[in-house]
Design a binder for this molecule. Sequence first.
Ligand code: SF4
Length: 659
Amino acid sequence: MELYAESLTEYKRLATLEVKVGDLLLGNFNPIRIQTMTTTDTMNTMATVEQSIRCIEAGAELVRITAPSKKEAENLLNIKNELRKRGYSTPLVADIHFTPNAAEIAARIVEKVRVNPGNYVDKKKFELIEYSDADYLEEIERIRNRFTPLVKICKEYGTAMRIGTNHGSLSDRIMSRYGDTPIGMVESAMEFLRIAESENYYNIVLSMKSSNPQVMVQAYRLLIENMHDELKHCYPLHLGVTEAGDGEDGRIKSAIGIGTLLEDGIGDTIRVSLTEDPEFEIPVCRDIVKRYTGIKSTHIPEINNSSFFFLGKKTGTRSSFEIQNIGGKHVPVVITDFSKKNKITPRDLEDIGYAYDAISDKWNIGDMAADYIFCAHTPVDFALPGTLKIIHDYKAWQAASDKEKCFPVFDEKQYADDTIQKSQSLNFVMLDCYSEGYPSLDENIFFKKIQSDSTAVLLLSSTNQNAMQSIRRMFIELEENDIENPAIIICNSNDDTMDESLIHYAVETGALLLDGFGNGIFPRYHANEISKQPGYKLLNSIAFGILQATRTRISKTEYISCPSCGRTLFDLQETTAKIRAVTNHLKGVKIAIMGCIVNGPGEMADADFGYVGSGPGKITLYKGKEVIKRSVPEDIAVDELINLLKESEAWVEPVLINA
Ligand code: SF4
């Protein structure tokens, strides 16, 4: 296999080995399994059992429980016995960091153990050390000696294992040689995998998690290539975005990271890590997985050329020329669909980031203000904010008086018809990437015309069931044929619920944006039932959330908060809400909120500031990876965080916007 997926143009699951976790089969085309992790204290048997049951009843097929030391590992037996007594046979997974002793106990009790190769043997000191090849080999031998006993126990007891690399907790040794990179993540797992295989142990699942979906996606793709090249087989993959946060942002980030891979048939089990009670993670998992149940592979022709395969894993941005504020070096634009409105009023703009102040007679423009409104044929009869422009059907555009702020949209036929008047500066051309099949772009008159038109912006959509793949194929074709017109992704949803729509938009646009495709997004909703429609405010917020999560347009504060577990030292949900309330105007600042000092500092990867539980009622504050304030009493810690932001010149006073 030359690339990371079976196909980039149709849905095909990646072939993997089969792993047995208790009675549950994972990988090898078995259904994508859903899992979560408890947040209770593992020593509190009944609380952990009750929470596990809530997760199982919600649909979890595996439940992970933290085992930070030997005593928690031993208590897994009580938890397991109680669950079995109550009739629940769901496999349990012990989550291990730093403690091989706990792993060796747990592997005799539960169906699966998760080890983190970044800290199973190595201790993280954030040190950069120069290793000679001989030193490095010596370190690998040290890992072999410490890790092999666990492999032998797993073999003997039929216990499965996840080798779970996290971007934020790579060992100092890996960091020194490979840096904080996807290849470092892959190598970290491969070292453990080689040792396991040398013991003929194959009951293994792998993961490559990061709080940054782009890093995560790249790491999984690289891992697949590495496994194929070196081992000639591929282990099942557990997908997840770490520290995704809560609410809408956490769901968007998770859907983008996990969905981008699932779209290409990659992934055998998923966990959505939210800073919420774990049973709330399960419906999100179900909505994501549902997309791939019974999916038909609607054939989209392959492109027989090697650069296509290369492009599929590229990380650069597709090059495009600039038309007004679209393409070139501009951040992706957001188009709001007002086409179903019979009348558009200033009040409608409040939902999409603009607020009119009658006293000053001015518009306040928020950081999440849409760039264009698509009004079809509905006229706009009031003065718009300076940054907002209108897209009309071409006939309505012809009738519009202000052609500086108003631009036409055409379908393919209308655009090709030279008798129809066009704008001198900006014309949108809608293209269904599947309806007509694929034209050969190099001989196609329509694309020749587009290519030589410095005013034409493409609006790409697809009616294909594999919509993302067909739009991606079009982007690749455009690139292959040097057609550099900006292209915006239209994403159509007619899903039954708002949650499903959110996932739909996040997956189908996120997967393209992560690969550098798309000069904007245009989410549209098609179900007729008004009650099912997400609403303009939510749709706008989802659009900006997708751009933020793909790091293509930063418009708000980013929160990297752990999902909490038995190690957590404060109420994560309450604290996250408190911090969010006072810092959510700090556009672009990344704040980590982590439950414990054991894993928190390592896991918070690229956060600018960290708020980390360091003891009961005590918080340690970080700037990057540097400790700034230790053991701050919890009741003043949020104020101290604000002080730290001020001292670091990362603070601005919130601006109160008049409604
Ligand atoms: S960082 Fe959070 S989820 Fe991770 S071990 Fe600590 S408390 Fe648990």
